[in-house]
Design a protein around this ligand. Structure first.
Ligand SMILES: [Zn+2]
Ligand SMILES: [Zn+2]
Length: 268
């Protein structure tokens, strides 16, 4: 079986300590056939205490070096995780140009406020916040196409100071928005990622939850990547076997890698 991890952060991301070489060596040691390195580029990120901007030329050169070094042992793709917000879509498009094999479109902010530091949640109840978040995702997927998959779609569950992290499908309005988002993604031949860092907040579910993934399958969604979102070596391929068996139960038969933005399908 062809194996890959499609969401990995090296030291080019402010929140990772792994060198690219260390990351590639870890992938080889874990027996992977392919990886996409997907460091952060968040334009107009709303927390001033940290910066997630990527020096594209330097970054791509370093990936090319690794591609040479690991030739025959590991396929390494030029990926990026771009932070999407409705007011910067043009800048995102310009930055990305045609330079990547694979682009994760992620939401780390909503309504120009940061999710991680809690700013976004200040004036909302829990479900209000979740619904407003989904509305801003919907606005972006309607208006923007330069990405391969949407990253950790229900990441909002991870943040905010709440006692519980309910599945977004439990609320009718939220479920309706998710259905709308998924339909657009499918219609535009885009995909979803299954992000296994999700088990940190919910022992039974990745991001997005299996309930959302079931709906994606039912609506005809086929493009699906799997990624650990690792910032340290120990997390690479975290819980992939469990996740893959659950995906097969839902009905998915293939997972996707990308080459120059084109999906390539592999049997699970
Ligand atoms: Zn992310
Ligand atoms: Zn990430």
């Amino acid at each position: 079986m062809y194996t890959f991890d499609y969401h990995l952060h090296s030291k080019f991301s402010a929140d990772s300590e792994m060198t690219m070489d260390e990351l590639c060596q870890t992938a080889v040691d874990k027996g992977l056939d392919e990886i996409a390195i997907t460091d952060h580029h968040d334009i107009d990120y709303k927390d001033n205490t940290i910066e997630f901007l990527l020096d594209k030329n330097k970054y791509l050169k370093e990936i090319e070096k690794c591609q040479q070094r690991y030739k025959g042992d590991l396929v390494i793709k030029k990926g990026v995780e771009i932070g999407l917000q409705s007011h910067i879509l043009k800048e995102c498009n310009n930055y990305l140009d045609q330079d990547f094999d694979f682009i994760i479109g992620s939401f780390h902010t909503a309504e120009k406020k940061d999710l991680y530091n809690g700013d976004f949640f200040k004036n909302y109840s829990q479900w209000e916040a979740y619904i407003q978040y989904l509305k801003s995702v919907l606005e972006v997927v309607r208006n923007y196409d330069n990405y391969s998959v949407i990253g950790h779609l229900d990441i909002i569950r991870r943040y905010g100071d709440f006692n519980t992290q309910p599945d977004l499908m439990e609320n009718n309005k939220a479920a309706e928005l998710i259905r709308e988002i998924l339909k657009i993604i499918i219609r535009k031949d885009k995909g979803l990622e299954v992000n296994t860092s999700g088990y940190r907040i919910d022992a039974k579910n990745p991001l997005p939850s299996f309930e959302i993934l079931k709906l994606y399958y039912k609506l005809g969604g086929k493009i699906l990547t799997i990624g650990s979102d690792s910032h340290t070596p120990d997390k690479v391929t975290n819980k992939f076997n469990y996740t893959k068996s659950k995906l097969k139960e839902i009905g998915f038969k293939e997972l996707t890698t990308f080459a120059k933005m084109k999906p390539v399908f592999h049997k699970i």
